[in-house]
Design a binder for this molecule. Sequence first.
Ligand code: GLA
Length: 383
Amino acid sequence: MNMNELTQHFEKRFGDQPRIFRAPGRVNLIGEHTDYNDGFVMPAAVAFSTYVAIAARLDRKLVIHSEEFPGNFEFDVDHLPEQRTGAWCDYVLGVASVLRQRGAKLQGANLLVHGEVPIGAGLSSSAAVEVATALALISQTRMQLPLPDIAKFCRQAENTFVGARVGIMDQFVSCMGKAGHAFLLDCRSLEFQFVPIPAGIRLIVCNTMVKHDLATGAYNTRREECEEGVRYFAKWDPTIRALRDVSVELLDRHLHDLPTAIGKRCSHVVRENQRTLNAARALTEGDLVQVGKLMRDSHDSLRDLYEVSCPELDIMVEAGQGLPGFWGGRMTGGGFGGCTVNLVREENAENFAKQIAQRYRHATGIEPQVYLCTAEDGAGELS
Ligand code: GLA
């Protein structure tokens, strides 16, 4: 749907001209399951986006509609539900409710949500809805909020209202992404640095089309295992607050004192942080061989140590190996299905897409989707 169509849909439904806000999904190049350990991530915003069209109402109702998702929702802006409803509108409600808690004087409004980020593919469709909603709702108030704060509030909405204990990566890159660049984020200080993606490189995102049920439960278990790891390390070094503070030396010294599963999770996180910093340096220097190697190591570690990959992701990663123009690939996002990300030379991109799809289909019998992406700008209002 183009933006004229979205405006027309809005006018037809609500009889008003809307303002339209866009927030992108993301692909993470490296730094997986590090964000909630106060570590480093290096994602990029991609073109898949969610759009929220909004116009004020004269009453105090918040009316939420989407052409893609079922239901038409109406709430009283002064008495928003305090708990999740179980419907997709929770992402909108959660943001509205956090903004209110933070002092925003929300107005009655009509919202039309149009989502183009594939759902359940690990490309942050939920962060995109949250961020676009936040920009739209704030536009109806006098509140001025810097984008990093918007990212924090959206994460809070997902943590406390939707009930998913996610880290800050997705919301932050959706707010702050920059075309042509990946984004090295320190998830503790929220300092960041743009890392240019060398000219002539495409990000090819391959959707396995599977999402295993394990995903949410296992995500929370991994978080708890990391917390348990921190408790051990804090005994040996009381300055340690998060796995981010554990050096490779300290890890190696104590690996055998940890329960096996905890040791594996900690090994992944500590080394993944290091890999992410190294990858940012290598990408800046245009050393794609090194970036490719680090991506591969990251995948192997997610598969063997963090144990969040699945056969389909592993097959998709293998399917990229050796194809012309391929520099590196790995699973991206939370895991247990979803997508892989591959760095591929532009002139080989189309052929790569065809061949990887063919190899994956042959091995699994599943028809994948392959997206040729570039890094895009973060969220904002459409003029
Ligand atoms: C999901 C979460 C992120 C991050 C990744 C794993 O996408 O939303 O916060 O933890 O998993 O890196």
